[in-house]
Design a protein around this ligand. Structure first.
Ligand SMILES: *Cc1c(COP(=O)(O)O)cnc(C)c1O
Length: 214
């Protein structure tokens, strides 16, 4: 089942330059191994404790991404191994990632999470805050590398609204990517990744369409 789902999604993104992050949150290690055996190497989790537990049990060539809101006091647990943090939504968090990366002698790749949805509940920076942060990161935070932007569209049936939210993030990304050397635009989940791809996503985070509902 999991390998068939993976194959379907991989086929549907074949015409795009896009990385699939398999979001395995709440799913058992056996499910992740099944996806691994089908060739998937990039996995995303949103809880630090769950991520560290799974990382310890699974093959070392898995790339682990942290995709959800991250509390500063938990950064230290993932700093030794995390491949990409998608959800930098404050300078305080960025500064802590930098500090913990220094402790383990790493440069940790991150994305800035940009607020694009209409909903009040979504975390993220606005574009002005992101620009302010980008302009000072290289000098102030030498153990993080900002690779790109991440955004979540509103959870709505209105596809046009979702498309416009992705488009606004994509336009912002296009405007700044050369200046700041950005290569990743992380947008799109199970319900909206096809729209995200049409709007220029280079990384989709797909959970339930691979592993089933949670
Ligand atoms: C859970 C989650 C996803 C995946 O959601 P699905 O709808 O299951 O594909 C993607 N991104 C983030 C930030 C998530 O928390």
């Amino acid at each position: 089942m999991i390998s068939e789902n993976l194959k379907k999604i991989t086929n549907s993104i074949a015409g795009y330059t896009c990385t699939l992050v398999a979001v395995s949150k709440t799913k058992p290690v056996s499910d992740i191994l099944e996806a691994y055996q089908a060739g998937q190497r990039v996995f995303g989790e949103n809880k630090v404790q769950e991520l560290t537990e799974k990382e310890a049990l699974l093959p070392k060539d898995i790339e682990w991404h942290l995709i959800g809101h991250l509390q500063t006091n938990k950064v230290k647990y993932i700093a030794p191994f995390v491949s990409l943090i998608h959800s930098v939504d404050s300078e305080k968090l960025l500064s802590e990632i930098n500090k913990q990366a220094f402790q383990v002698k790493r440069i940790i790749p991150v994305l800035l999470q940009i607020y694009i949805a209409q909903e009040e509940t979504k975390f993220g920076l606005d574009k002005t805050e992101a620009l302010a942060l980008l302009s000072e990161i290289k000098e102030k935070y030498q153990n993080v590398e900002v690779k790109g932007l991440m955004g979540m569209a509103s959870n709505t049936e209105n596809e046009n609204q979702v498309k416009m939210e992705f488009r606004s993030l994509s336009e912002f990304y296009q405007q700044i990517k050369e200046k700041y050397n950005l290569t990743i635009l992380s947008m799109g989940m199970s319900g909206d990744y096809k729209i995200a791809l049409e709007e220029g996503s280079t990384m989709i985070r797909v959970g339930s369409s691979i592993f089933g509902g949670r």
